[in-house]
Design a protein around this ligand. Structure first.
Ligand code: ATP
Length: 235
């Protein structure tokens, strides 16, 4: 579904991505592992059209995304749930959801989708008029996911959705990820918790220092010594 080929993205002279190639299969959950500073966030921002790569291509179902604006990337079916949630803190839950649909023109279906989000995330319904900044971390993560879903993505990218959340909340987020995937949404997520990711993801990539250094299925992850030591805490 998504083909990333030989992407080079730099901040000034520093190349954060040094020729990254990977693919995300339709209908699956793909997990990107890697240490801090490996370039995972930079890759998601590049795919989302927020950063422009110096070289390479990103194709969604064959259509080139490099050179498109971030708005066009959203319209073509990719939504990003950024790291640390980044909801609009002063705006209400309902306003945050409306913001997620800002590129859509179909007002009546937007209202119906808002209700669907409230059905999927009941806690957001209870707090629909509350300022997003006053929600708990887990609730903000739910809101960030729901806001991204308001653009009706085919591909949902999630940057470390479990970071800083209590285990029960993380389990709930992962349950939602699986549910969304069963509903047909393709998932591409950065996740440091490999134990958890192994329970849901179908395919894994490891990035180190701006390069992809491993690609494989869950069974390959458990057998790879480097990954086992770094991400599964076993020798
Ligand atoms: P983390 O898990 O810490 O978010 P990451 O794998 O997502 O790490 P990136 O945030 O993509 O890594 O960073 C990749 C490299 O690019 C790092 O060396 C980082 O210092 C550098 N970098 C990131 N953002 C900027 C920026 N705005 N300006 C300059 N350098 C940056």
């Amino acid at each position: 579904m998504l083909e990333v080929s030989d992407i080079v993205t730099a901040y000034g002279k520093i190349e954060a991505l040094k020729g990254v190639s990977l693919s995300v299969d339709a209908g699956r959950i793909t997990c990107l592992l890697g240490p801090n500073g490996a370039g995972k966030t930079t890759l998601m921002y590049t795919i989302a059209g927020i950063l422009r790569p110096r070289r390479g291509s990103v194709r969604l179902q064959g259509a080139e995304l490099v050179g498109q604006t971030a708005d066009r990337v959203v319209s073509s079916g990719i939504a990003l749930v950024p790291e640390n949630r980044l909801v609009f803190p002063q705006m209400s839950v309902a306003e945050n959801l409306a913001a997620g649909a800002y590129l859509r023109r179909d007002r009546s279906t937007i209202a119906a989708d808002t209700e669907r989000m409230f059905a999927r995330f009941p806690v957001l319904k209870e707090r629909r008029a509350q300022a997003a900044g006053t929600l708990s971390g887990g609730e903000q993560q739910m809101l960030a996911v729901a806001r991204a879903l308001m653009s009706r993505p085919k591909l949902l990218m999630m940057d470390e959705p479990s970071i800083g959340l209590a285990p029960l909340v993380v389990a709930e987020i992962f349950r939602i990820v699986e549910e969304l995937n069963r509903d047909g949404i393709t998932i591409f997520m950065v996740e440091q918790n490999a134990h958890l990711a192994l329970k849901v993801a179908h395919r894994f990539f490891l990035m180190e220092q701006g390069r992809v250094t491993f690609a494989g299925a869950p069974g390959d992850v458990a057998q790879d010594d480097v990954i086992r030591r770094a991400y599964l805490g076993s020798a």
